[in-house]
Design a binder for this molecule. Structure first.
Ligand code: MSP
Length: 672
């Protein structure tokens, strides 16, 4: 367990997010993990600074703005608000938010170069660059004219040939290897550290850190023809965001530097574990203490990513199930460091089983019995020997295992242990049968003891689960009538026996209401579609679409403003064909969906259409419809939907009316 002297400082960061698109569940994962760490560390007595922000420069932002017909500044202003709102909705307690378009950040980036030039005069030089650059990953993928496609995302790269400023990364191979040797935990998990070490051992090339061809960036100091390479700019945000000016005239919060942890997804570890320490060494600045990489959240086994159209959004989940549900699911289901799969079905199953039936049910049983049998006043434990003390005996080892796992970022095991404790309390109640004891006045001390012990276990469970479930546990804390806020409790000093006897418990509402699986899943899916296709849910809901038309490429980088114009290229990316409906089935348990088999010329496709309340299967067979055929497939109710049937949305209720043809057209004919 961490031994934290009170008020010792702790600084952690998320990566700053590209402000070219809205966050999805995958991207929110990093921020949620960091929020769990931040809350945990605060409950261990640390004074925590937690930084997040938005990465607002670079060619992909420039181009996304161009496509929308707005300025890059407008685009990033609009998108960074979405991030701020989402973090608020998710209850993220960051302390610092940095935008890379802010003047203090620009000054910090320029000063870092000036400082580097003073400290290591050879570290930055001008040279000729020729290589391949991936605008989507903001990554130089090679220093040669090959390969044409990006090895990370598979999309075409651009050939760049220009005079740039270079960072002499090759000179830092030895210092980096020394750093790794001295800090065997510098990168977590270990297997990622090994990848980093092998990469460095195999030799480092100098790195171009300016661009001439891009306008949307921070100007190079004293050479305004160049702007900074976005990664040099972005990484510096970890310091500028807490007040770095030049290493000598910094703001008061810069005392938090160096960072205790930079957390991030696995794909950007190289920037953090290699480039960033090298930049800092060259500038003579202290280095971050640890780089922690998590895996990816997958959707149908592929990385969740807006450009692939296979994303789930956090807002609908939080609005329907509450903030704790998503946090719990992600921390419980994904083994930290490894890839994890996201599935709405699994989310709902976990919610009902672990939160509604598990913790929520236990809390309401215990609180209700204290209400009924002790007039709502926490009863006292009995004298030693009256009943078995098994909950007390197991609580100590459970507390230390949970803390060890929090310290090791192993949240799934920490939660597993907490839920093991919940089942122990359930078992204890079943064995002791307080409802029976209440019938016999002679058993009053025994009953008092049983309910004291159950409530004490509930208090400990709430403290332990608080970093992951801030809302539900705070509610339980209040119902238990305990002093202050649960956030002020020292999780690292959690001991049996501190429940305040005589405290007045309040009648619990339902803390995690049970939900109807099928109905809730559909409701969330509809809300997600509304995010993808604002204002068109009903007509597009003719088929629950897996992405906005055009998802799958750069045009999807940001939701177009209502009424914004798109180019003919954007339109041609949506492939629509005439389809003939071959057969239609209802889907058991889904009153709005039909499974439609539709002939689109060269194949018969299965498409799910949300029109069951307006069309019968018989009406549809033989009908000619318009099908969007190049949408990414999506699963609903375990069935795959492979396209979208186009419909008008009529009236206030958005009644779908299928588009069709009055003249004879063959199946497969393309719409232009
Ligand atoms: N702007 C850079 C970071 C610069 S830090 C100096 C960037 N931004 S990002 O928006 O693409 O990613 C932000 C975070 O979201 C990263 O930690 C990234 O790994 C995470 N994720 C984005 N999609 C993800 C999943 N599908 N799954 C898990 N995390 C992923 O990179």
């Amino acid at each position: 367990m961490d031994k934290a002297p009170d008020k010792q400082k702790y600084y952690l960061t998320t990566p700053i997010y590209y402000a070219n698109s809205r966050p999805h569940v995958g991207s929110a994962y990093t921020t949620i993990v960091c929020d769990v760490i931040a809350r945990y560390k605060r409950m261990c007595g640390y004074k925590v600074a937690y930084l997040t922000g938005t990465d607002e420069h670079g060619v992909n932002i420039e181009r996304a703005a161009e496509r929308l017909g707005i300025s890059p500044a407008e685009l990033v202003d609009r998108n960074q608000r979405i991030f701020i709102e989402l973090w608020k909705l998710l209850g993220i307690q960051y302390t610092h938010f940095i935008r890379t378009t802010s003047p203090q950040h620009a000054r910090a980036v320029q000063n870092l170069v000036r400082r580097t030039r003073r400290h290591s005069p050879d570290a930055i030089y001008k040279g000729k660059y020729e290589g391949r650059y991936c605008i989507y990953d903001n990554l130089y993928v090679s220093d040669t004219i090959e390969p044409i496609d990006c090895p990370t995302c598979g999309r075409p790269t651009e050939l760049v040939s220009e005079e740039n400023y270079f960072f002499q990364l090759s000179a830092y191979q030895k210092p980096l290897l020394e750093l790794y040797a001295k800090n065997p935990q510098f990168v977590l998990p270990d297997f990622r550290f090994n990848e980093v070490k092998s990469f460095v051992e195999s030799g480092l090339h100098d790195l171009s850190i300016s661009r001439k061809s891009v306008r949307w960036g921070i100007p190079w100091p004293d050479d305004e023809e160049h702007v900074f390479y976005v990664w040099y700019d972005a990484l510096t945000s970890y310091m500028s965001g807490i007040g770095f000016v030049d290493g000598e005239h910094d703001g008061p919060d810069f005392k938090f530097w160096p960072a205790d942890i930079h957390a991030m997804g696995k794909e950007i570890i190289r920037f953090h574990a290699i480039y960033w320490p090298a930049f800092l060494m060259a500038a003579g600045m202290p280095l971050p203490k640890q780089i922690v990489a998590h895996g990816w959240l997958l959707f149908e086994q592929e990385k969740m990513s807006k450009s692939k159209g296979n994303v789930a959004y956090p807002e609908p989940i939080v609005k329907v199930l509450g903030n704790d549900a998503l946090r719990y699911y992600l921390m419980r289901e994904v083994v930290f460091g490894q890839d994890g799969n996201f599935s709405r079905d699994a989310l709902l199953t976990r919610y009902n089983a672990d939160l509604a039936n598990g913790l929520g049910n236990l809390a309401s049983r215990v609180l209700t019995m204290i209400q009924s049998y002790f007039d709502g006043v926490v009863p006292a434990p009995a004298q030693p020997g009256v009943v078995s003390k098994d909950l007390q005996f197991i609580s100590g080892p459970i507390v230390s295992t949970v803390l060890q796992n929090y310290d090791a970022f192993d949240y799934s095991t920490a939660l597993l242990e907490i839920w093991r404790f919940i089942s122990q309390v359930d078992g204890f109640l079943v064995r002791e049968k307080p409802w029976k004891l209440s019938e016999d006045p002679a058993q009053r001390p025994h009953l008092s003891d049983v309910l004291y012990r159950s409530a004490e276990a509930l208090r400990i469970i709430s403290i332990l689960a608080h970093p992951v479930l801030p809302d539900g546990t705070q509610a339980i804390w209040k119902h238990l009538g305990q002093d202050g806020s649960i956030t002020q409790q020292r999780i690292d000093k959690t001991h049996w026996g501190e429940l305040k006897v005589g405290a007045r418990v309040t009648k619990p509402g339902v803390i995690f209401p049970r939900v109807d699986h099928a109905e809730t899943s559909e409701r969330i899916a509809r809300m997600e579609d509304e995010i993808r296709n604002p204002g068109t849910t009903q007509s597009a809901a003719a088929t629950p679409s897996p992405g906005a038309p055009g998802a799958g490429g750069p045009a999807a980088a940001a939701a177009p403003a209502p009424g914004a114009k798109i180019s003919i290229e954007d339109f041609t990316r949506v492939e629509m064909r005439v389809g003939i409906v071959k057969s239609v089935e209802r889907i058991p348990g889904a009153d709005k969906l039909l499974k439609v088999m539709v002939d689109i010329g060269d194949e018969v496709r299965q498409v799910l259409a949300g029109i069951a309340q307006f069309y019968t299967p018989e009406e549809l067979v033989g009908r000619k419809v318009v099908v969007v055929v190049n949408l990414a497939p999506r699963k609903m109710r375990g069935q795959e939907s492979n396209g979208m049937i186009v419909a008008a949305s009529v009236g206030a209720e958005g009644r779908p009316v299928l588009a069709t043809f009055t003249e004879d057209v063959p199946a497969g004919a393309k719409l232009k």
